[in-house]
Design a protein around this ligand. Structure first.
Ligand code: ADP
Ligand code: MG
Length: 254
């Protein structure tokens, strides 16, 4: 078996006295889509932030692509990563948030080019061609010169996805990417994510879109109060859940 892309074993995280992650176990294989569901406050965003080096874990073990998050292994010794090393690891992980977080003073194309040019030092002409290609891929070739304020929420979110893809990530994290959108704009964003999944991207998607989870997810994970309550195929978890908490939650979102 190849190494999983994400491997969490007993991951713990607390803010002061508040225990947010109480031993999360979760595995995401390469090329798979894991849909993470659960009530507000159950620790889903915190867990994504841990995967993406935005939070340090307080216990357990968390590895991305075989590397322990926050650490470098040399022989049997562990070293804490320096800031530059953390930044380098983060470049391999794309993240899309509920709010689109585009740079308002840059066009769609410039938003997508920004990180390749400034962080990865790709030359501008090359980055522009690639950014155009990515905007085309998310269905926005004709909006390249628009500013975020001139785009709908769904279009902004698709630019945000293109921007994350511009760094050629090996893993994409989505934190409720459609929750802030008007219902009629949700479909276009989910279509882009569906294409990405079909293309083999490894994805962890926090979402309440159970239709998407059933159709696109390879696995579904239900989290509540800082632990994984139930995980399996989307069919198992979403259609025939065995735990009361999962059933109660699905009863509310469906
Ligand atoms: P979810 O994404 O499932 O809604 P979160 O991971 O955002 O859950 O939050 C889990 C819990 O952790 C919540 O009680 C939230 O208030 C708390 N929390 C999240 N981030 C912080 C923080 N930076 N400081 C203190 N508490 C936080
Ligand atoms: Mg959240």
């Amino acid at each position: 078996m190849p190494l999983p892309m994400v491997h969490a074993q007993g991951v713990r995280k607390h803010y002061g006295k508040l225990e947010v992650l109480k031993g999360v176990d979760l595995t995401v294989e390469r090329g798979q889509v894991c849909c993470l569901l659960g009530p507000s406050g159950s620790g889903k965003s915190t867990f994504l932030r841990c995967i993406n080096h935005l939070e340090k874990i307080d216990g357990g073990r968390l590895a991305v692509d075989g590397d322990l998050v926050g650490h470098r292994q040399a022989g049997d010794r562990l070293y804490e990563l320096r800031e530059a090393e953390v930044a380098a690891r983060r470049r391999d992980i794309g993240m899309v948030f509920q709010r689109f977080n585009l740079f308002p003073h840059l066009t769609a194309l410039q938003n997508v080019m920004e990180a390749p040019v400034r962080v990865a030092r790709v030359n501008v002409a090359e980055a522009r061609v690639e950014a155009g290609r990515l905007l085309d891929r998310v269905g926005l070739a004709d909006r390249a010169d628009h500013y975020p304020a001139q785009l709908s929420g769904g279009q902004q979110q698709r630019v945000a996805i293109a921007r994350a893809l511009a760094m050629k990530p090996k893993l994409m994290l989505f934190d409720e990417p459609t929750s802030a959108l008007d219902p009629e704009l949700v479909g276009d964003v989910l279509d882009v994510m569906r294409d990405l999944a079909a293309d083999g991207m490894t994805m962890v998607v926090v979402t309440h879109e159970t239709g998407f989870a059933r159709e696109v997810g390879d696995t579904a994970v239900f989290m509540d109060e800082g632990v994984v309550v139930e995980s399996g195929t989307p069919r198992q978890v979403l259609v025939a859940p065995t735990h009361e908490r999962t059933k109660a939650f699905l009863g509310k979102v469906l």
